[in-house]
Design a binder for this molecule. Structure first.
Ligand SMILES: [Zn+2]
Length: 450
């Protein structure tokens, strides 16, 4: 039986030293602190923590990093650049590019990703010969990168929401739509997933789906036992449009359509009313905060303290991939609150650490996220001798995970008992080279994104 010995490890009860971990069939079979390295054990110096979960990703957005920063712009001008990029994807390109993006995630310490997938069809909207080919490209990419995947098949039917109802799809949006909610249900329902991959459903937003369609997606997810995610109140304009069209907030529309519940995750949840927080709390829902994207897109700062006080599980996502670094996301939750409240310690270190792993559950993986017997064997090791981590002190290692560590400190990553990153290198993907090649191909001659 393979044994990994960790110099320091973050266990459910806190930091422990000299921890021997037995692993069989991808799961922890023993956790024994305070022992010398057993003969033949794989020794991990530094601090080893459970794998982080990236609960919200659109892999192709990675190509916009730095390219969307040339001009001032708004969320809506950024969206136009993103649409132009989406128009250039095909299944082969997307498989290769997503493999590199998922590789970057693993190098940063993410062991599970939830891909909020909406680029379903050919440009113009005609399906591929296999209508699930684009989603299958995402599945193949995750397997090649060694990351655990929940593919959130996203329903997207309308181009936007005005006071007089939904707008037709714009040209670049046509490939996101199945044409009707019944066609979405038929295509998504026909999908199968290999071992190591879970399926889920997503409501793109109240901008892209009407209340009846939201109800259909919620029913399909409930019948299949799938997690259900939705973009919720990311921008004030979305709330204004929704109130004008429906007389209710986006959260209220989702609640009334039957979408809220313990398997529901609201993504962003930036601009919520007190009633919205109460509705999400009453439902036992989770909220996925994407702070580095929310900063990048000038979305605002969500009410994370009020959400936590309502017993809503907070998880993190890198969303647009302006940054891929779970430690930066967890830290940003706290630091953004400090800026708007003028107080320190709005969230405890323990709460912030829990945001790193809460996304596993929000993506349907309830047996991931703790170094504990029976859990899937995911391990992320951080070097303590880096310039960022040097001198943090043995009694503040937990705080150092949030307040000192960064993605560049990750040296080794194990997922389901398999070593995927060793000595800060992905074992099967040349991530930087692949990212550069794929992005160069995707952005050449695209005008706005080039
Ligand atoms: Zn998103």
């Amino acid at each position: 039986m393979p044994i990994v010995w960790c110099e320091h490890a973050l266990l459910p009860a806190g930091i422990a030293g000299a921890v021997a971990l037995g692993i069989a069939e991808g799961r922890f079979t023993s956790v024994t602190p305070g022992v010398a390295p057993p003969a033949g054990a794989a020794v991990r110096r530094g601090l080893t923590i459970p794998g982080a979960a990236n609960a919200h990703s659109h892999a192709f957005h990675r190509a916009l990093r730095s390219r969307s920063q040339r001009e001032r712009g708004t969320f809506w001008t950024w969206r136009d650049q993103m649409y132009a990029l989406a128009a250039r994807l095909d299944p082969d390109r997307y498989r290769r590019f997503a493999t590199a993006v998922f590789g970057e995630m693993v190098l940063a310490g993410y062991t599970t990703v939830g891909e909020f997938h909406y680029v379903h069809h050919r440009p113009g909207g005609a399906p591929y010969a296999d209508p699930n080919e684009m989603g299958d490209a995402i599945v193949a990419a995750a397997m090649a990168a060694g990351i655990r995947l929940t593919l959130l098949d996203t329903a997207y039917l309308h181009g936007g929401l005005g006071s007089d109802g939904h707008a037709p799809l714009g040209g670049h949006q046509r490939r996101f739509s199945d044409g009707s909610i019944d066609a979405w249900a038929e295509r998504a329902g026909a999908r199968t997933a290999p071992a190591g991959v879970r399926l889920g459903a997503a409501i793109h937003s109240v901008r892209a789906l009407d209340p009846d369609a939201i109800g259909v997606v919620a029913a399909v997810a409930a019948d299949a036992g799938w997690p259900l995610h939705a973009h919720v109140s990311e921008q004030p304009a979305e709330n204004e449009q929704c109130l004008a069209a429906h007389g209710r907030t986006p959260t209220e529309v989702l609640r009334d359509a039957g979408a809220l519940g313990p398997t529901f995750t609201a993504v962003h949840a930036t601009h919520l009313t007190g009633g919205d927080v109460e509705a999400l709390g009453d439902a036992g829902a989770a909220v996925c905060i994407c702070p580095t994207t929310e900063r990048d897109l000038a979305d605002g700062v969500g009410p994370t303290r009020r959400l936590a006080d309502a017993d809503i599980r907070l998880c993190i996502g890198s969303d647009s991939h302006a940054v891929i670094d779970p430690f930066a996301e967890a830290l940003a939750i706290e630091l953004d609150q400090r800026l708007i409240t003028c107080e320190r310690g709005v969230h405890t270190t323990s709460e912030l650490l829990s945001t790193l792993g809460a996304g596993h559950g929000a993506l349907g993986w309830d047996d991931v996220g703790e170094i504990a017997v029976g859990h899937r064997a995911d391990l992320v090791t951080l070097r303590l001798g880096s310039v960022r981590m040097a001198g943090v002190g043995a009694d503040t290692l937990a705080e150092a995970v949030v307040y000192a560590a960064g993605a560049a400190d990750v040296t080794d990553v194990m997922i389901d008992g398999v070593d995927v990153v060793t000595a800060s290198r992905h074992r099967s993907v040349d991530v930087a080279t692949e990212l550069a090649d794929c992005i160069a191909e995707l952005t050449e001659s695209t005008g706005a994104t080039a």
